[in-house]
Write a protein that binds this ligand. Structure first.
Ligand code: DGL
Length: 269
């Protein structure tokens, strides 16, 4: 048993889609969330910058006395070197392997699409992970750099014409390849789940990386005897690196519920 919190971070608020799933699966766990809202997006930055930011995010969480680090960010998950993450003092979970496993298990014809940020697609991390799991798959990727901005600006309704047209543009080459499964390789994208579904006629299996990562976290905690033994609901502490005024409104969209718990503005050094 381990009553320390689970540390979760993202470049912004997208990682809250993973927090939402963690709260569902592990309601008694405390969670400390860090969203680097002052520096989002990471996905159009250089590899060196993304790694530097991710290390600062992880350092912040480690000072909070956590039992695990969850990189709820596709960009960090695809970029942070294993040599670094494997040496952390607590277990490290990212979204790549859990989503890759799920996609390989769900895909009927082995034609799997991946969407994410520029950095994520450039790394080919999802493709590499999937080829290590299943030999017969074909992977088709397309970066979608505009989607994080649309989501962070609240343009998330399936009826929103601009968002719908943008998603359609990004999906076109993947539809041409007749994909049967699509990894939403950025934690902001599950907010657009219905938009993706409608444009794909509900015929493609969508993989939500936050949901897959949450299941993966639960398995590790159970296997290693690290589940919290408190009876009451766990608490969530939110930390962001930019203003907190609009946080509650935007965060509640990602969480699918009102924000309860403290919201702090923090500096990362
Ligand atoms: N949530 C991040 C990801 O999953 C957002 C992208 C970004 O910061 O560019 O990649």
């Amino acid at each position: 048993m381990d009553n320390r919190a689970i540390g979760v971070f993202d470049s912004g608020l997208g990682g809250l889609t993973a927090v939402k799933e963690l709260k569902k699966l592990l309601p008694n766990e405390n969670i400390v969330y860090l969203g680097d809202t002052g520096r989002v997006p990471y996905g159009s930055r250089s590899r060196e910058t993304i790694v530097r930011y991710a290390k600062q995010d992880i350092d912040f969480l480690l000072k909070k006395d956590i039992k695990m680090v969850v990189a709820a960010c596709g960009t960090v998950s695809s970029t942070l070197p294993k040599e670094f993450s494997s040496k952390l003092p607590v277990p490290y979970v990212d979204i790549v392997l859990p989503a890759a496993q799920e996609a390989c298990a769900m895909s009927s014809r082995g034609r799997i699409g991946v969407v994410g940020t520029n950095a994520t697609l450039k790394s080919n991390a999802f493709g590499k992970a999937m080829r290590g799991i299943r030999g017969d798959i074909h992977v088709y990727g397309n970066p979608c750099p505009l989607l994080v901005h649309l989501v962070e600006n609240g343009m998330i309704e399936p009826e929103n014409k601009i968002t719908s047209l943008t998603v359609q543009m990004y999906l076109e080459p993947l539809i041409q390849e007749k994909i049967d499964t699509l990894i939403l390789g950025c934690t902001h994208y599950p907010i657009l789940y219905e938009t993706f579904n409608r444009l794909l006629d509900y015929k493609v299996t969508l993989i939500d990386p936050g949901r897959c990562a949450a299941r993966y976290v639960r398995n590790i905690l159970m296997k290693d005897g690290m589940i919290a033994d408190r009876q009451e609901a766990g608490t969530t502490e939110y930390n962001v690196t930019d203003e907190t005024e609009t946080f509650n409104k935007t965060a509640s969209i990602f969480l699918g519920e009102q924000v309860t718990g403290s919201v702090n503005r923090v500096e990362l050094l």
